[in-house]
Design a protein. Structure first.
Length: 182
């Protein structure tokens, strides 16, 4: 995590980062799930006084006002195409089926990489035209994912239909289809 004030939120490695240890019994938990404080571990950890508390040391008192502020902040975040990070190391190049599928308004596309390098993940319409680029850059070896909000590169909502998503890393390419229902 990089929680310096000067670090842009999307570069803090907190958005949609899967928990490394305990998910506290929260289904689909992440450190911060934009727009979903009930699935964001930052909020219940602030309400806890056991070993899962946040901050982890020097407190046995729950700051309810501070926790409520964080809950409202997470709830007010606009859900966008935010990468999901995981600490596990995969064994092969793999593009998973998106979930949920069909979807509305968001779907999660997971993939794994055996080695670090340039990665491109894009969504295409059935005519083969690229509608949105979700990932275009260097990614580390490991499991990753991207939340797609059903919008194109211009931010416009895509129509209901079948779309293809394509992952390319080094010489490996995989393509799968997904269904958007409006």
């Amino acid at each position: 995590m990089d929680l310096r004030f000067s670090t842009p939120l999307e570069l803090t490695h907190t958005l949609n980062v899967l928990p490394a240890l305990d998910d506290m019994g929260v289904e689909d938990a992440a450190l911060i799930n934009p727009g979903a404080p009930e699935r964001s571990l930052a909020y219940p950890r602030m309400l806890s006084v056991d070993e899962s508390r946040m901050p982890p040391l020097a407190t046995s008192v729950v700051d309810r006002e501070g926790a409520e502020l964080i809950r409202r902040w997470i709830g007010g975040m606009r859900v966008t195409n935010v990468a999901v990070e995981s600490r596990s190391e995969p064994f092969s190049f793999r593009l998973a089926q998106n979930y949920p599928n069909p979807f509305n308004p968001n779907t999660l596309i997971r993939f794994s990489l055996p080695q670090s390098g340039p990665v491109e993940l894009a969504v295409y319409n059935v005519a083969g035209q690229r509608v949105v680029t979700l990932v275009d850059g260097i990614r580390h070896a490991g499991s990753h994912g991207v939340l797609w909000n059903g919008r194109d590169d211009a931010g416009d909502a895509m129509a209901s239909g079948v779309y293809l998503y394509r992952l390319q890393a080094a010489a490996s390419v995989q393509v799968k289809s997904l269904v958007l229902l409006r």
